[in-house]
Design a protein. Structure first.
Length: 283
């Protein structure tokens, strides 16, 4: 079987047909599932073949065309624990791609073994799997990973899947963490605002536009003057537009009436953006 796949690659390398990729995919479809599993290990050092085999196995399992043999899934896991370097990465990727075929207990053990690893790739793999197989048991491990390594990937998972109580406690650290992506911070902001608005009050002076976003998320009333002051202090047309949207969401018709009178003056202080016709003198 190893000779077959190697010969196939040789033939395909000489093929210049526009349908070459479709031919290759079709040839893989003719290989029995069990044979593909053996071929995976025989071609573990060949990234291209290995990845194609995993893709075919995942597709077949997802379409309920084939049952992936348990021996293959067990061997992937067993070999991973003793592997290093590129083999470890390859086996870990295969397990991640086929993770839905494992029992929840096996995946939890697999995640737990890596989430506190000193290896960055191990932790990244664990975070990706934790998001797809979230379990409250894993929350403590994620917190430990954040405490031990400052791994922002753990915060990404907690923001999306963690408990409201835990997220509210973590919010100041999430908001202050520069490496945390801005969209993750805003998911946290909105979740915490809905759960316990007092936990986001500290951003009111520092980040008035973000505070308005929290008010919208939590349907929290805010004074007209606060919104108007925020609008007058913006640095960009996008921020101004967002504040106008917030005023609408908060049913602040009086604010919108005031802004209608002032918006020209406010905009005059803001730089033109490349997407505005005025930027090119087209008005």
């Amino acid at each position: 079987m190893e000779n077959y796949i190697s010969e196939l690659q040789v033939r395909l390398s000489a093929c210049t047909a526009r349908s070459r990729d479709r031919l290759e995919y079709a040839f893989y479809l003719t290989i029995k599932c069990d044979d593909l599993c053996h071929l995976y290990f025989e071609h573990l050092n060949n990234t291209d073949i290995r990845n194609k085999i995993v893709r075919h196995l995942k597709n077949r399992a997802g379409a309920n065309q084939d049952k992936i043999p348990p021996w293959f899934l067990d061997k992937l896991m067993q070999d991973f624990y003793g592997a290093e370097g590129r083999h470890r990465i390859s086996l870990g990727t295969a397990i991640k791609e086929l993770s839905t075929l494992y029992s929840q207990d096996k995946i939890k053990t697999f995640i737990g073994w890596q989430i506190l690893s000193h290896g960055i790739l191990d932790r990244k793999r664990a975070f990706a799997l934790t998001g797809a197989h979230y379990d409250p048991y894993l929350e403590t491990l994620l917190l430990n990973s954040w405490s031990k390594f400052g791994a922002v990937g753990s915060l990404d998972v907690l923001v999306k899947h963690g408990s409201d109580e835990q997220l509210a406690q973590l919010f100041p650290a999430i908001w202050a963490s520069v490496p945390v992506k801005s969209y993750i911070r805003y998911i946290a902001l909105k979740r915490v605002a809905k759960f316990d608005f007092s936990k986001v009050e500290f951003i009111k002076t520092e980040k008035p536009v973000s505070y308005l976003s929290a008010c919208v998320a939590a349907s929290k009333d805010i004074s007209d003057d606060f919104i108007l002051d925020a609008a007058r202090a913006v640095d960009s047309i996008n921020e101004l537009g967002y504040i106008v949207w917030c005023a609408g969401k908060l049913k602040k018709r009086n604010v919108l009436d005031h802004l209608m009178d002032e918006i020209g003056t406010i905009e005059a202080k803001l730089p033109l953006e490349f997407w505005e016709p005025e930027f090119y003198g087209v008005t």
